[in-house]
Design a protein around this ligand. Structure first.
Ligand code: SAM
Length: 338
């Protein structure tokens, strides 16, 4: 038996498996395919999930497979991971990267809000643990073709799922002032949403991310802020295009439905809108009575379905932030099925 150290985690791995892992990484490196998205809070995720041989795990946002890889390595020889993602381009990379695990890893292109249906179609009725690492990967923000970034000039797309019809271009060119301002305010928490919406409408038709960020900069005027003035507007449009918060609400319920008793749901979020939803959902699911406080006695008969394991949200260590600055906004919450 050999011990493999994965991002600080020590997992027992058979010598043969360890050698195969090293060979696979070397081969990937020779193909120039090792510049994968760097997963965050991997050790903290494993500490809660405690993957084991024979377990079935669902990575609801498998991306490029970083968290899935850690779970597969920690659940040798027989743990399985079902990886879901809306983005088929990321799924292809994850599938290639994890192909050495054979049938222990399998993937489906879908939204995690459909995870119950996906599991049912695969004959899976119960899951030992679910991980959801929300938002986007570094490849999606830095790579070509997604239109998520104001640092690139490319078509106004912003879809995770290329088969979805709604794009950022439709919203930017089609919404009226009220609708645009509301999206930018609600999903970007941008106080200057109204002047931004006005300037977008004045600058129509708009086709590219460059045109959008220039319109936002004109609406904002000179600023000494460290963050790019278009940051919040881009976040808002991405959330609106992909209905991210609606999918999250449904996905959290479905995940809890699928978990075995004592199974864990680990969610990593990157902004306050997501984290608020996760916190509130876990709070509601962990509560006994949910009657209005004014009622003299309980009439709801609500039963708690989970125990909240992270009353205090888990944040990355300063070492992790120093090594991967993108991790600084990550917040992890964990619930355990009762
Ligand atoms: C932060 S990345 C995950 C990175 C992954 N943990 C890794 O180690 O490579 C988030 C992923 O969630 C995916 N995603 C966003 N919304 C989704 C949804 N509703 N259902 C499934 N995947 C989604 C994105 O396409 C992206 O690949």
């Amino acid at each position: 038996m050999t011990v493999a150290v994965l991002g600080g985690m020590i997992a027992p791995v058979s010598s043969r498996e360890f050698v195969l892992s090293e060979m696979a990484d070397k081969a990937a490196s020779e193909r120039g395919a090792t510049d994968f998205h760097q997963p965050v809070l991997v050790q903290e995720m494993l500490d809660h999930l405690l993957p084991h041989d024979g377990g079935t795990y669902l990575d609801a946002t498998v991306g490029e497979g970083g968290h899935a890889l850690a779970i597969l390595n920690a659940s040798v020889p027989g743990g399985r991971v079902l990886g879901i993602d809306r983005d088929s381009r990321s799924l292809n990379r994850a599938s290639e990267r994890l192909s050495r695990f054979g049938s222990r890893f399998f993937s489906v292109q879908a939204s995690y809000s459909h995870m119950a249906e996906v599991c049912q179609s695969r004959g899976i009725s119960q899951i030992d643990g679910v991980v959801a690492d929300l938002g986007f990967s570094s490849r999606q923000i830095e790579g070509e073709g997604y239109g998520f970034s104001f640092l690139r000039d490319e078509p106004l797309d912003m879809r995770y799922d290329q088969y979805q019809s709604l794009t950022a271009k439709d919203i930017v060119n089609g919404y009226d002032h009220e609708e645009l301002a509301s999206v930018i305010f609600r999903y970007g928490e941008e106080p200057r949403s109204r002047p931004i919406a006005r300037e977008i409408i004045r600058s129509r038709p708009m086709n590219s991310t460059g045109e959008l960020s220039q319109a936002v900069a004109r609406a904002m005027g000179p600023s000494r802020r460290r963050i790019n003035p278009a940051t919040r507007t881009f976040q808002a449009l991405r959330i609106a295009v992909n209905s991210e918060l609606d999918h999250l609400v449904v996905g959290l319920s479905e995940a809890i439905d699928l978990l075995i008793p004592s199974g864990k749901l680990v969610v990593i979020s990157y902004h306050s809108l997501e984290d608020r939803i996760v916190k509130e959902r876990f709070g509601e699911e962990a509560a006994g009575c949910i009657c209005p406080p004014k009622l003299p006695e309980c009439i709801c008969e609500h039963q708690p379905r989970v125990r909240n394991l992270t009353r205090k949200v888990v944040k990355p260590s300063w070492e992790e932030v120093a090594q991967n600055p993108r991790s600084r906004s990550a917040r992890m919450r964990v619930a355990q099925r009762l």
